[in-house]
Design a protein around this ligand. Sequence first.
Ligand code: UT7
Length: 329
Amino acid sequence: MGIRIRGTGSYLPEKILSNFDLEAMVDTSDEWIRTRTGIAERHLAAPEQATSDLAYAAAERALAMAGIDGAELDAIVVATITPDHVFPSTGCILQRRLGAAGAFCFDLEAACSGLLYSLEVAYSLMKVSSAKYRNVLVVGAEKLSSIVNWEDRSTCVLFGDGAGAVVLSNDGTDSPDFLVCSDLHADGNYSDILIMPAGGSRCPASEESIRNHAHSIHMEGRDVYKLAVTGMVGACRTVLKNAKVAASEVRCFIPHQANSRIIDAIAQRLDVPGDRVYCNIDRCGNTSAASIGICLDEIVRGGQVSEGDYILLTAFGGGLTWGAMLIRR
Ligand code: UT7
């Protein structure tokens, strides 16, 4: 059928917040942040930029690479935990900007695993109905700075803003699909350890919720850390085993960019050589659903992968959600 990645794009807002800038805001140090997380700086959206603006910039670049315009899109999936509004969906707002009148649009919320979940859904749509879904846009976009408690040093140093986009197209040939194998999971038993408590129907906005900083990210860092390593290693092993592909055959490994210690631990356990592991956490921090899409665009534009090369993606986030996906360029 030939469902291929026809274009990728990414966008990082201009403003950079360094660890040294954070030293002036909370009781932290560049040394602590670098050694514990691998982060040196992160990009922050301007106050007037919403998630759809970041998504739009990334989508335009992906469409340009694909050589199609918005009117040719059949569906738009936006993975985000920071939508412009609770409703309407960021997908619909993006559709208007792109002039994608023929596309059906929705947001998908799977936190940091959002891009993998969205690729799985988009691929499934295209597989089931190849005539109906020829071109699908998948975007991971986040303005996490809008839901960070800037007084909480345990979380505010971790996150950044950005967007990554992928255009999937059915080229109508019998070339192999981009998706080789996937393994996705969720476990709602751990929904409390990585959560934004307020702003939904459980706890609508109130003076108290604002006073308690309940409209921001709360994370039990150590618990998440352990589960992240186990979950991503397990999913990667399953995918490689089912695809009958050895770790040494993977040209590029893109793990979710949450912590460089987590990335090193996974790569080591999977036996992926260090020079095959892609990292931009030092420049971008954790951009949740945008993280893998930004990395993917950077390796494509940087010429780090050639047609047919295996790329292994893995992610972990709130929900809990996690998974791995073996794709080919
Ligand atoms: O993207 C979704 C998935 N997210 C993740 O996978 C994140 C997983 N978790 C992590 O990456 C790590 O747990 C963190 C980076 C969040 C924290 O690192 P850690 O090594 O687990 O540190 P910790 O939370 O155990 O804290 C160690 C110490 C504490 O002080 P005491 O109690 O030992 O005196 C914290 O209060 O570090 C302190 N601390 C800080 N110190 C300076 C916490 N945050 C900071 C900070 N600056 N920003």
